[in-house]
Write a protein that binds this ligand. Sequence first.
Ligand code: ADP
Ligand code: MG
Length: 293
Amino acid sequence: ATPTSIMAGSGRAAELGILFKGGEQLESAHHIDVVMLDKTGTVTEGKPSLTDVFTTTLDEAEFLRLVGGAERNSEHPLAEAIVHGVKDRGISLPQAEQFEAIPGYGVKAMIEGKSILVGTQRLMKMNEIAGQEDAWLEVVADLEGQAKTVMLVAIDGVFAGWVAVADSVKATSKAAIARLQAMGIRVMMMTGDNQRTADAVGRQVGVADVLAQVLPEDKAAHVKKQQDQGLRVAMVGDGINDAPALATADIGMAMGTGTDVAMEAAGVTLMSGDLHHVANTILMSRKTMGNIK
Ligand code: ADP
Ligand code: MG
């Protein structure tokens, strides 16, 4: 494309809130084969709220106090959702004596001499947590089938219950994804969340190709895997976790509503976080590149 057409294209894009770091992004977006979407904060609002609580033996308020105390030290959106939900119930949170975040898995804390673990089924397995009954696991599966994220809780090495959060899909995600698919682009979703929850979100927005339980350090490898098949990949994300994948992709698109780290790693920022702008970016690039020939 000529410098003039690039400038004109970038100007039109900027009016829509699509900010390019350089002219090369506007050029490279036209031949994208695959769009890989992060789930939380990209396809969904990224503002989860606490919806379900289950405890095996403890009083619910005491259970939530301990879980909230463990999560108050974490900066994860899931942790914020839990802390908000607990405070909303008028429960004041204790201070943890020890705290450790385990990225992609959950958190571990020591509160009033009790060891508290909150996170994934994998985290429970890694810590050899016993006492999960089949009937409970069926309820968990059911909640996950409703697109909720369930965080399991263990206290002093014994399964103690769970908290679940719901994060609604953005109003525009489904239509925007359908548009990309109609343009001949393959749309995939990638998340650290479990397969059942991820599939349920995928169903809500029309994405069948769902990679779940992807650890933060593995997101970029999944982008690379597509590229190794000769496909050109656009990665769309908002989190710190997404930064390496955004940098690896042929074009990285960050949500302006997300973290600074994601925006720094990406070539394009979509100010409003509306997925329609992924399709708009590609269309604009096709148009700009078409102008020259
Ligand atoms: P995402 O791609 O949804 O941001 P992450 O890779 O950050 O996912 O986390 C993967 C999973 O690990 C979450 O779905 C959740 O089950 C668990 N997890 C992560 N952080 C926390 C936390 N602070 N408390 C409880 N569970 C967590
Ligand atoms: Mg995200």
